[in-house]
Design a protein around this ligand. Structure first.
Ligand code: FAD
Length: 375
């Protein structure tokens, strides 16, 4: 099959900017381009019936870094980079909330908590609370992190020794947020085509050919926002996929857990969705097996999620699983996303390092701005 004359001359003619991938980053890039330059023809090309990467599969934490994550980051990267990225995440969350509105994304500012089962590790984190609070006060506000062991019993946890609270963390309804982004993009005149998998990109003198099974789409500029799947089009990029497995329970009457919770340096995360419990993570149980772009589940991770539910998180409740899913994140050796011009007329913004709800809006805007400067 190939495109008809009509198809070529209507849907895919005179494209100024084609964006590959309709996740948070791609849609934000498209919206920024069209807001700044309304006359541009901007199209978003997505391989799935819905966005099929991480943006519709995540846990919906509106988070910017737990104490243990920040400590871990500071051991690996320069201090100024670590705190700059925290600021970017926090500002990114506000940008997303302002762009779409809290109602439209189901935002709830219930705060976040970090659970500790190891006292020695907790002490290290507790010792850092004061300095993190003073470092981030200007950007975020007063008393961000605090120790709140008194709440352990209130939540009904077992085997948890300590809790650190983050007063500025929140949670969103991921589906509503993505739906609102798609609607906003469409309302600005951006065309989003689904079921369009780009197999190859070929730079021409004044345009770029996007090669798919049905034919070729030409665009003056291209932005690749395929996150974990970036290597399929750009093999040299430092992007490694990381699968996240998630389960959600059926409603649990009187569920005491409200808010967004991190455990084991953020490798496990859970939150309430109304009176359901959403729980995911466990990539660290077998990094190699989860370093994949294939959706799916493993017994190792699923068994550990259930064990933690039974023994630590909701030991006093019976629960049934409503559904489960997986999604693919993009990681790499550097902490920040990769936002760059790849070659003449080709740009990319990928690798959200597992925190794209916070980073996606600003990253999309950043790459769109690069393209505008190059028009
Ligand atoms: C299980 C899980 C839990 C998470 N929890 C959180 C959280 O609580 N808070 C947080 O901040 N972040 C979280 N994240 C991370 C966050 O979801 C991502 O960082 C973010 O969604 C990345 O957005 P993106 O637009 O860069 O990429 P994606 O959403 O992955 O979008 C890339 C898109 O490109 C498309 N695509 C790929 N290849 C092609 C191709 N060749 N042609 C056309 N289209 C293509 C894909 O189908 C996909 O829709 C989580 C991720 C997962 C998987």
């Amino acid at each position: 099959m190939n495109f008809s004359f009509w198809e070529q001359n209507t849907f895919f003619s005179d494209i100024d900017v084609a964006i590959i991938g309709s996740g948070i980053v791609g849609l934000n890039a498209a919206i920024h381009l069209k807001t700044q330059q309304p006359n541009l023809k901007v199209v978003v090309l997505e391989r799935g019936a819905l966005p099929s990467g991480a943006s519709t599969k995540n846990a919906g934490f509106a988070c910017f870094g737990s104490v243990s994550e920040l400590l871990d980051n500071l051991a690996k990267y320069p201090q100024n980079q670590v705190f700059e990225l925290v600021e970017k995440r926090y500002k990114g969350l506000h940008k997303l909330r302002n762009l779409l509105g809290d109602d439209a994304i189901g935002y709830e500012g219930l705060g976040g908590y970090e659970l500790f089962t190891d006292s020695e590790f907790y002490q290290k984190c507790a010792n850092a609370v004061e300095s993190f609070n003073s470092e981030l006060r200007q950007v975020i506000g007063n008393q961000i992190y605090s120790t709140v062991d008194s709440k352990i019993n209130e939540f009904g946890f077992k085997n948890v020794k300590h809790l650190i609270f983050n007063a500025y963390e929140g949670q969103i309804h991921t589906g509503k947020m993505m739906n609102a982004l798609i609607e906003l993009a469409r309302s600005k005149g951006i065309s989003i085509y689904n079921g369009v998998k780009i197999n190859k990109i070929e730079a021409q003198n004044h345009s770029v050919d996007l090669v798919l099974e049905d034919g070729i789409i030409k665009s003056k500029k291209v932005i690749i926002t395929t996150n974990a799947f970036a290597k399929q089009l750009l093999p040299d990029l430092d992007v490694v996929p990381g699968r996240g497995q998630v389960i959600i329970t059926k409603p649990i009457p009187n569920l005491p857990i409200k808010g967004a919770f991190h455990y084991d340096e953020g490798y496990f995360y859970f939150r309430n969705v109304g009176n359901r419990l959403l729980f995911g993570g466990g990539r660290n149980l077998d990094f190699k097996a989860e370093e994949t772009t294939e959706f799916g589940f493993t017994d190792l991770v699923q068994n550990e999620l259930h064990r933690l539910l039974r023994e630590v998180i909701i030991p006093n409740f019976d629960y049934e699983i409503e559904t489960r899913w997986s999604g693919i994140m993009g990681f790499g050796s550097q902490q920040a996303p990769i936002v760059q011009q790849i070659s003449l007329n080709i740009f990319c913004a990928v690798k959200m390092q597992g925190m794209g709800v916070a980073l996606g809006s600003l990253t999309g805007e950043e790459v769109a701005q690069m393209v505008i400067m190059d028009l």
